[in-house]
Design a protein around this ligand. Structure first.
Ligand code: NAP
Length: 263
């Protein structure tokens, strides 16, 4: 384990301090990851986006470039649960300051009596192994002061019947704390953002809402059930990530942003 005598560097904790740094967003072709990638590019960070669907990834790279101020935006297509793809992503990224992992989907409700080992293994690989593999590949390439940000959701504290595989997302929160203590001697940090419901393609899928006006209406209706009267936006979700990346004194934290949905 590489350690350093020097404390973590003091630098601006404002998002503007991310200018000139390199961030890898695994799951950066849609929703929260894409919003974070575009914001990072707009701040002058070099950004590497990943996702499985190449066409969607290419469109995301274009969007982040358009939001940016000329710093490089790179797309590397691949599955977050595939070790070779993850290694290739970090080889292409080179020296890295920050990693965000938003890749992940959640299977629909399945009663425990119908749960298969294959479904459980797939959920574990797509969430927990993907995070472990990303950290394993990233850490040797990271500069002091850098951070890994993982993703969790409100179902972790308020699960619904049939959602036992949410245990894999709960595992991400425990992993965050384990990474934070292991990586602190390298002056690297690990945090997780726990999200309520945000208006992304994933949430629209869960609501059965498309990207059309009827879908907008369904999202607005769902939002009326929320304390603040609407779902969160991808930018609101992404800004929590930028806070965790930029603030050098944040580590081991599970930061909830849910517009009061957990209350
Ligand atoms: N939106 C919400 O309301 C909400 C609430 C709680 C938690 N979350 C969590 O927040 C994270 C981001 O959600 P989102 O709403 O932004 O979802 P999203 O719009 O569906 O975006 C997910 C991104 O991850 C990529 N991805 C998915 N599986 C992948 C894999 N195995 N390997 C590589 N890339 C993969 C997707 O691209 P490809 O499909 O092309 O690979 C896409 O770029 C997820 O982990 C989700 O569970 C979201």
């Amino acid at each position: 384990m590489a350690t350093t005598e020097a404390p973590i560097p003091v630098r601006s904790p404002l998002p503007q301090g991310l200018a000139g740094q390199t961030a890898v967003v695994i799951g950066g072709s849609s929703g929260i990851g894409l919003a974070a990638g575009a914001m990072l590019a707009s701040l002058g960070a070099r950004v590497v986006l990943t996702g499985r669907d190449k066409a969607r990834l290419d469109a995301a790279v274009e969007r982040a470039r358009a939001a940016g101020s000329g710093a490089e935006v790179l797309g590397v297509a691949g599955d977050a649960a595939d070790d070779t793809a993850i290694e290739e992503t970090f080889d292409r990224a080179g020296t890295v300051d920050h990693v965000l992992l938003t890749a992940g989907s959640m299977a629909g409700p399945t009663p425990i009596t119908e749960l298969t080992r294959d479904a459980a293994s797939e959920a574990f690989e797509g969430r927990v192994w993907a995070a472990l593999a990303a950290a394993r590949a990233a850490v040797p390439r990271m500069r002091a002061g850098g951070s890994i940000t993982l993703t969790s959701g409100g179902l972790v504290s308020r699960p619904r019947p049939g959602m036992t595989l949410i245990a894999t997302v709960g595992g991400i929160e425990t992993l965050t704390r384990a990474l934070a203590v292991e990586l602190a001697p390298r002056r690297l940090r690990a945090n997780t953002v726990r999200y309520g419901m945000f208006d992304t393609p994933l949430a629209r899928g869960a609501l059965g809402a498309g990207a059309d006006p009827a879908g907008d209406e369904a999202v607005a209706k769902a939002g009326l059930q929320m304390p603040l009267g609407r779902l969160g936006t991808p930018d609101e979700a992404a800004s929590a990530v930028l806070f965790l990346m930029a603030n050098p004194y944040m580590t081991g934290e599970i930061l909830t942003i849910d517009g009061g949905q957990g209350l």
